[in-house]
Design a protein around this ligand. Structure first.
Ligand SMILES: [Zn+2]
Length: 539
């Protein structure tokens, strides 16, 4: 009896504790951002800095006043504690911003990708941060007042707190307006509200998706240049490769020993459409440009592969990454991990060499013009060390764990460079296979979906909002290799193209139109302005 009574607390204490704990411990990255960005140079700046804790605490007070209700408050609070513990880790340790695209990533990811992120570090960090609030939730019982007085207390207390904000408001309004404008991404760091907002926005998008499929051009057709050989084109879709770490781009370490000996056109300045796979991959195959691209529209609109298929190409998508994000929905697809070649695969992932296995036979047996997409796993982090076989562990010491925060910068970069070295081998080997078919009009493009941060300024991985993402997340390698037949039948001045590639500015926006042109497809949707071969044609 006595013990039971000692465990009772008032609802106001629980609301205050939660608002305080969430506002401080679960918002570490928000406060880190503030201490880095806010400069106090006058009295108003000082007031602004002083008001910030209040501007976090009051909305949280309101939030917990709404959800701390009898019977259900224990599971509801626990859920928010655990979710906030995890998002806090992702923001604070990995530099991630939580918004609807990040929520989309979470819902569209698979178990393997998720388990890649799991680590002892994550477990301990989350455990320490959620232990106290969970203890409070389960040790104490709230003694709720009668409904009317409980309600009036919450309304009055919220009103008083809001009023205190209004006292500050006229004095600091300008600071908030300018700070908010210059640091729009900060709202994606405010724990609880960031993932609630992101989830609501994501579900709104999903709801919109139940709609008709858009046909771009019913009359798209193949108008081949006069030649009597089949066209075969291989699209090697890269993952998380950043151009900074390619020696083809001047990187000091020799990460491209094989490709540097191939006769390729290397596009030095290529920017990605997004900073995450879920945006970049569908965008690369979409007629829309980066500026007007929407991943939901893309799912319900014909893409480059649809137009190729409609024009008469056979299409094969070989998948070794985390899915094609809707791009391959209507074409023949082979999933490497499901096929499970024991030479290259564990039960959850395969090394990229699996994509080359049997490729020669596939090309030998074509009965039509054919496009083959090889979706690589490339340099997907944070378990970079799982991406390549031992013989590619050339740069050491490496970071052989997914707890990349525990590795030195040098170890992380070395491991990442090994993934690039392996990618060099994969792409170069694919070219070697294609070289055997001088009876065909055959060629290859390699382009990565987005780059990666390797700890520069404390930022890891990718997926930052594009406007503030560092260049390393948006600068991607792109290269083309063409057989003599392809150069001849497509009227390509190859030396001109190599020169243009090394000097010009390119982006994922070029892919759709350039490949329509290269595959000799006649369609009204084609826009010559984006054709990257323009200016290097002999006809
Ligand atoms: Zn990606």
């Amino acid at each position: 009896m006595f013990l039971k009574k000692s465990k009772l607390i008032k609802s106001s204490s629980m609301i205050a504790f939660m608002a305080f704990y969430f506002g401080s411990v679960f918002n570490l990255s928000f406060w880190r951002f503030i201490t880095e960005k806010v400069e106090v140079s006058n009295f108003y700046d000082f007031l602004f800095a002083l008001s910030l804790p209040l501007f976090i605490f009051v909305p949280l007070w309101l939030f917990f006043s709404l959800i701390i209700i009898p019977k259900i408050y224990k599971p509801v609070l626990s859920l928010f504690v655990i979710l906030s513990g995890i998002t806090n880790y992702m923001m604070y340790k990995l530099g991630v911003y939580i918004d609807d695209s990040m929520i989309q990533n979470v819902f569209e990811t698979n178990i393997r990708e998720a388990s890649d992120l799991l680590s002892m570090n994550l477990f301990l960090f989350v455990l320490f941060s959620v232990a106290l609030p969970l203890f409070i939730i389960f040790y104490f019982d709230i003694e709720f007042k009668k409904f009317k007085s409980e309600l009036s207390f919450r309304i009055v207390s919220t009103f008083i707190l809001l009023f205190s904000l209004f006292i500050f408001a006229p004095l600091v309004y300008k600071d908030y307006a300018s700070f908010g404008r210059n640091n729009k991404q900060i709202k994606k760091l405010i724990n609880v509200f960031n993932y609630i907002h992101g989830t609501v926005k994501y579900y709104k998008k999903i709801r919109l998706e139940k709609r008709a499929f858009t046909i771009l051009d019913d009359k798209a057709k193949l108008v081949p240049n006069p030649d009597d050989v089949y066209t075969v084109f291989v699209f090697v879709l890269g993952e998380t490769a950043r151009v900074d770490n390619f020696s083809l781009n001047g990187y000091e370490k020799e990460t491209n020993p094989l490709l540097s000996k191939q006769n390729i056109a290397f596009f030095k300045n290529t920017s990605s459409c997004g900073t995450a796979t879920a945006i970049s991959v569908p965008c690369m195959f979409s007629y829309l440009n980066k500026n007007n691209f929407d991943s939901n529209d893309a799912k319900y609109t014909e893409n480059l592969l649809d137009l190729m298929k409609k024009s008469g190409y056979d299409i094969l998508w070989r998948e070794n990454d985390d899915g094609c994000k809707g791009v391959c929905d209507r074409v023949k697809t082979e999933e490497m991990v499901k096929i499970g070649n024991p030479k290259y695969c564990t039960s959850s992932y395969c090394k990229d060499e699996v994509l080359l296995d049997g490729l020669e036979d596939v090309i030998k047996n074509i009965k039509n013009d054919t496009v083959i997409v090889l979706h690589t796993m490339g340099s997907h982090g944070p378990s970079y060390h799982n991406r390549y076989p031992d013989e590619f562990k050339k740069f050491v010491p490496s970071c052989d764990t997914s707890d990349i925060q525990n590795c030195s910068k040098e170890e992380i970069v070395n491991t990442y460079d090994n993934t690039i070295l392996y990618t060099d081998f994969i792409v170069s080997s694919a070219i070697d296979i294609l070289k055997k078919f001088n009876n065909l009009e055959i060629g290859l493009i390699y382009v990565s979906d987005h780059g990666e941060s390797l700890g520069e300024n404390g930022i890891y991985l990718h997926g930052m909002p594009y406007s503030i993402a560092p260049k390393s997340q948006t600068s991607v390698p792109m290269m083309i290799w063409m057989s003599d037949n392809m150069k001849k039948y497509d009227f390509i001045n190859y030396e001109c193209l190599k020169d243009k590639a090394s000097k010009g500015q390119f982006s994922h926006d070029n892919l759709f139109h350039s490949l329509l042109w290269l595959m000799e497809i006649d369609t009204k949707i084609y826009n010559e302005d984006f054709n990257m071969f323009k200016g290097c044609l002999t006809k």
